[in-house]
Design a binder for this molecule. Sequence first.
Ligand code: FAD
Length: 338
Amino acid sequence: MAPLTNGKVPKSTKMHSKVVIIGSGPAGHTAAVYLARANLNPVLFEGFMANGFAAGGQLTTTTDVENYPGFPSGILGPELMDKFREQSLRFGTTIITETVSKIDLSARPFRYWRESEENDVPETADTIIIATGASAKRLGLKGEVTYWQSGISACAVCDGAVPIFRNQPLAVIGGGDSAAEEATYLTKYGSHVYVLVRRSELRASKIMAKRLMNNPKITILWNTVATECQGDGDLLNNLRIKDVNTGEERDLPVRGLFYAIGHEPATALVRSQLQTDPDGYIITVPGTTQTSVKGVFAAGDVQDKRYRQAITSAGSGCMAALEAERLIAEEEEGVDED
Ligand code: FAD
């Protein structure tokens, strides 16, 4: 399918923008709404299956979103993202259905290339907001694709409260702080929570490990890995698990499986040009979305390994927009911030 635009900018036109947003999740679209309302004519690249996600980002892969304020009865993820997009367009954002595949942040204006035009003259932008998101790491277990979002999740805070998990046995895979946090959180809903730890010790901090081990609703299965997700074709109801020392396999009947094995921020585009942490997340000045390069801002999951929620992404998208707007205004007025 040919890449689409909303009609304002023909693909072949070499474009200069005051602000370009890369990414189309809650962070990117919130930034777009603010910038468009500030008459800065933002251009938003929504991606074309960028990082494995349809335009709209991670929420396009889920059903009910019940914790996004303003929707008391909940809303389907794809529908919520359609609304974000509609709001960006309403205020005049130019949305381009292409992936930005190359970027040069070494000098301003910044240069970037669309995937379809990598060998062409680049387009340019005075400021850039990186809102390319992240994706949960998966294990690639047998049955994982069948039961993904039908019993398997990578976010306890997002999905733990859904009816299929209430008073049911659940499992968490992982041995770090997130696994400890997710398992503890899930005890509010599940009848019991099993934590599968590949090794004979936890990577979690002492305090988190203690909390985990002292919780009567949690059992840690040491030296244990999952080998297969099984169910009735619609919903997960069993895990095949294996003791890595003895090789012995057995069933663990659970209705929910939560991966807590980390996320992969979508930073391949900028990793060598912006300061990132050891896990690849973009580092921002605390309390702001400013990256290590002046004029480049980062919002959403790409810079947030802690909260990873739609609302926090939207919040940081708003911050990025206001910070970009301020920088543009100061530069236009000839004020030097430094
Ligand atoms: P993302 O949503 O990750 O979107 C980034 C977008 O940018 C993607 O569409 C990607 O294709 C695009 N992109 C990437 N690279 C490029 C590029 N180079 N050029 C152009 N485009 C690019 N949160 C909640 O608050 N409540 C929930 O109920 C909830 N449920 C969830 C269920 C699932 C299954 C998942 C996976 C996540 C869920 N989350 C939930 C988390 C929430 O989806 C994320 O926190 C949020 O979407 C992050 O938003 P973001 O704007 O940072 O980016």
